[in-house]
Design a protein around this ligand. Structure first.
Ligand code: HEM
Length: 123
């Protein structure tokens, strides 16, 4: 874990900041008419916790994501490119609401972007 990476984790407000961010993200996707349907049966608090751990790990923090791998968890949901982009927009809005600097936002987005291969199933 490099110093630069853990600085990135700090700029997201560490574990508490990431849990607040992911809780807001889950609220936003659950009320976004484009994709809310996917989350109808979801335990929101549990999903927020998993996302916070995943983001923490990706940002070089001390957490380890212990959930299911991205391909397995999203398979057969039929997630499209547009659905994926809707979630990314909701994440950008959640980060902006927390006044996370644009350059810092982009660091998280860049680490999430490669996951699209495991998540998107339909064009
Ligand atoms: C970079 C993008 C994404 C990331 C990092 C991500 C991450 C995750 C994580 C960590 C979980 C929890 C897995 C577990 O509990 O073990 C999850 C579950 C889920 N994701 Fe995603 N996801 C992404 C994109 C999407 C998109 C685009 C959709 C739909 C529009 C979606 C819908 C769901 C649903 C419905 C669940 C299951 C929640 C439940 O257990 O009911 N995800 N995702």
């Amino acid at each position: 874990q490099s110093a630069a990476t853990s600085e990135l984790y700090q700029s997201f407000g560490e574990q508490a900041g990431l849990l607040a961010l992911s809780t807001d993200l889950v609220d936003r996707v659950s009320s976004d008419p484009r994709i809310a349907g996917f989350f109808e049966k979801t335990n929101r608090a549990a999903l927020a916790k998993q996302l916070a751990d995943q983001f923490c790990q990706l940002l070089g923090g001390p957490c380890r994501y212990a959930g299911v791998d991205m391909k397995t968890v999203h398979q057969e949901m039929g997630i499209s490119k547009a659905d994926f982009h809707a979630l990314v927009e909701d994440l950008q809005a959640a980060m902006a609401a927390r006044h996370i600097p644009f350059s810092v936002q982009n660091q998280l987005l860049a680490r999430l972007a490669p996951m699209h291969r495991d998540i998107i199933e339909t064009p």
